[in-house]
Design a protein around this ligand. Structure first.
Ligand code: PXL
Length: 274
């Protein structure tokens, strides 16, 4: 049976992050993707690409989940942008109702190009209701600083300490993505399973076309778990998948370049007209 994988997240109308990234990635992994939409993010090209987040009515989030779970538990799920506290509560209810396993919580707190935190009140609800259910959480450096209450993280030792602190919030594993934010010529990610640290170190990819990288990474980990990879192997494969996506990033509009989710499998070669 094909593996069923769910994303509970926002729509990135620009096409690179959010549910668009998730569904494209699920497909690349050969899994069957579902989405429950929590919000719609729009960007205004006439206003310097300013972001507007429009949350979806919580009852409508519930209706989507009811539909999606009509076939029973799914093989894995992830959460991204969550819209409202009620949506977080509803998501938790469905996790409990169907005893969902293989849960990836991507603690999305901001969009690239926007510095302010999106809906800070949601962070507390996400931390309380979703992190304890997480197989793994996938914060970037900024999100890890907030979740660990350590503020700015600037070294590997601080990342390790932050990972330990985040683990006390309930997730079984943590991966902190140092990415381009850590002052280094390497992209360093720290994985912690409560016992051991695994450090992933790769050369930074010189590309600004990386919109959607975070969502794509978390979606790849989710699909990997659904397919039966171990947590650390899911992370390792997700890193390769995202590295290919960034290396083949595409300039989508004057404001943004997006990762190309199909790069790892050369999806652009499919269905060729010759
Ligand atoms: O990259 C963070 C992110 C997550 N989810 C949605 C987004 C964005 C950034 O644009 O639009 C829906």
């Amino acid at each position: 049976m094909i593996k069923k994988v769910l994303t509970v997240a926002g729509s990135d109308s620009s096409g690179g992050a959010g549910i668009q990234a998730d569904l494209k990635t699920f497909e690349e992994y050969g899994t069957f993707g579902f989405s429950a939409l929590t919000s719609i993010v729009t960007m205004d090209p006439d206003e310097g690409w300013s972001h507007l987040v429009t949350p979806i009515e919580p009852q409508l989030v519930e209706k989507q989940l009811k539909t999606i779970f009509a076939g029973g538990a799914l093989d894995a799920m992830k959460t991204g942008m969550l819209g409202t506290i009620e949506a977080i509560e509803i998501t938790r209810n469905y996790i409990d109702l169907f005893d969902m396993q293989n849960i990836v919580i991507d603690p999305v707190m901001a969009c690239k190009g926007t510095s302010e935190l999106l809906q800070p009140e949601n962070v507390a609800a996400m931390t309380r209701l979703l992190l304890p259910k997480a197989t793994i959480t996938t914060p970037n450096l900024v999100e890890a600083g907030i979740l660990s209450e350590m503020g700015e993280l600037t070294s590997i030792n601080q990342m390790k300490e932050a990972a330990k602190k985040i683990l006390t919030l309930g997730p079984k594993n943590v991966v902190i993505k140092g990415g381009h934010r850590l002052n280094s010529d390497k992209a360093i990610d720290i994985f912690y399973d409560g016992h051991d640290f695994t450090i992933f170190e790769e050369d930074l990819i010189a590309s600004d076309y990386n919109h959607g990288a975070g969502c794509t990474f978390a979606a790849a980990v989710t699909a990997g778990l659904a397919k039966g990879y171990s947590v650390v192997d899911s992370v390792s494969l997700a890193k390769k998948f995202v590295a290919a996506a960034i290396k083949n990033g595409q300039k989508i509009n004057p404001f943004l370049g997006h990762v190309w989710h199909g790069a790892y499998n050369h999806a652009e070669e499919r269905m060729k007209k010759n």
